[in-house]
Design a protein around this ligand. Structure first.
Ligand code: FAD
Length: 367
């Protein structure tokens, strides 16, 4: 009988393996594709933010930054004494039209209650702070400029978590788990990302294809934050000398990860040029697509013990925020497994029962 078996060695599996190993548990991580070709985390944009509606998501975003700042010390190993996640703390800027403003004003009360450190301005004030952004149709905008949000390199975070977990005694092994019943362990953690429903048929998490484009623009604005325009759904950020920009639409039931190239001309470029006039002059240089681990019920995480099993825990359904939530989820699951309850951030609102009883708890900020 093994102690803890984690199914899925992606970012949630690696983080959970690290936190559990760090308190002395013997962990085996089973991953079917150690190249992680189709896994969500390497295909993500790497963003971490605390600008959410729900307090728990805000708190998880705050912990991500705290964890990333301490990463060089916490995750150093004998083989890699200087780990980094290549943090770019340019902040986030979220832009809301009149149709989303009221909801955002309510979200700001939660930001304040959680001491999120966000700033809010009227659309008319936007150009004083972000002179390269057009405020046409923008009612209100929220941003951070104190290095508390930004993006990282997802591979580097994964590597650092995995290597540290291994140094602490975790084992990563290659296999395709067909059924959780085949695993003999005291504790099983399902961290199978967008494929969770293959193992747990009552969990409504499915792969949803999202496309990201890489573009070059003669005008480079390196200080630009990760910007989400809620009036079009287009989001973007600098990437070296170029920019990455996400399509506002997504697709279900796609076996292939071919980018939806038509989205660029039809939606993404017009959305970019409308908001950043310098983006009129763009050149498409590449792109990719990846699967969001989408919770079809309410776009929110599902975390905790599965009530139908004696020993099965799961963490999934992050719907585009699993990378930034991975430190908080790994820590939270470890608390739950080792003490029976959450000790730091109370994650009970993400419990499995909510989903089985179809009680929606919608997080409106999906980018
Ligand atoms: C285009 C895009 C942009 C994104 N941007 C962001 C962002 O800016 N910030 C953010 O926080 N998040 C972002 N995300 C979301 C983020 O990538 C995911 O939420 C996160 O990776 C989920 O982590 P995971 O470990 O659950 O899943 P994954 O990273 O997909 O890992 C799951 C692993 O489980 C393995 N597995 C599955 N089933 C089995 C099985 N039966 N047996 C063995 N192994 C199995 C898979 O092979 C996979 O390696 C983005 C995603 C995409 C696609």
């Amino acid at each position: 009988m093994d102690d803890v078996v984690i199914v899925g060695g992606g970012i949630i599996g690696a983080s959970t393996a690290y936190f559990l190993s760090n308190v002395g548990r013997k962990v085996i991580v089973i991953e079917r594709d150690p190249s992680y070709k189709k896994a969500s985390f390497p295909l993500s944009l790497g963003g971490f933010r605390r600008q959410f509606f729900q307090k728990e998501n805000i708190m998880l975003g705050k912990f991500a930054r705290e964890f990333l700042l301490k990463l060089p010390e916490t995750l150093k190993t004998e083989k890699n004494p200087n780990p980094t996640a290549s943090m770019v703390p340019n902040g986030y800027l979220l832009l809301f039209g009149p149709e989303h403003a009221e909801e955002q004003y309510r979200a700001l009360k939660n930001h304040e209650a959680c001491d999120a450190g966000t700033k809010n301005i009227k659309g008319s004030e936007l150009s004083n702070i972000f002179p390269y952004v057009s405020n046409e149709g923008i009612e209100t905008a929220t941003y951070t400029d104190t290095k508390i949000e930004g993006w990282i390199d997802p591979h580097l975070l994964h590597n650092a978590l995995k290597n540290k977990a291994i140094e602490l005694g975790a084992e990563f092994t290659k296999a395709d788990v067909k059924s959780l019943e085949d695993i003999k362990a005291n504790i099983i953690v399902s961290a199978a990302g967008c494929w969770t429903n293959e193992l747990l048929h009552d969990i409504p998490v499915f792969p949803q294809k999202h496309t990201v484009f890489r573009v070059k623009c003669p005008k480079h604005i390196p200080e630009m934050p990760l910007t989400g325009d809620l009036t079009t759904g287009v989001y973007w950020r600098p990437e070296g000398q170029e920019y990455l920009a996400g399509s506002p639409i997504s697709k279900w039931d796609c076996d292939d990860l071919e980018p939806e190239w038509n989205d660029f001309e039809e939606l993404v470029w017009p959305g970019l040029a409308k908001r950043i006039p310098a983006f009129e002059e763009l050149k498409l240089t590449g792109g990719w697509a990846g699967y969001y681990d989408t919770n079809k019920l309410d776009n929110n995480a599902i975390v905790g013990k599965h009530p139908a099993y004696k020993n099965v825990y799961l963490a999934t359904g992050f719907t585009g925020r699993g990378l930034m939530q991975s430190p908080g989820i790994g820590r939270g699951l470890t608390e739950l497994i080792t003490t029976g309850s959450y000790q730091t951030i109370d994650l009970n609102c993400f419990g499995v029962e909510r989903v089985l009883n179809k009680k929606e708890r919608v997080e409106p900020y999906v980018l």
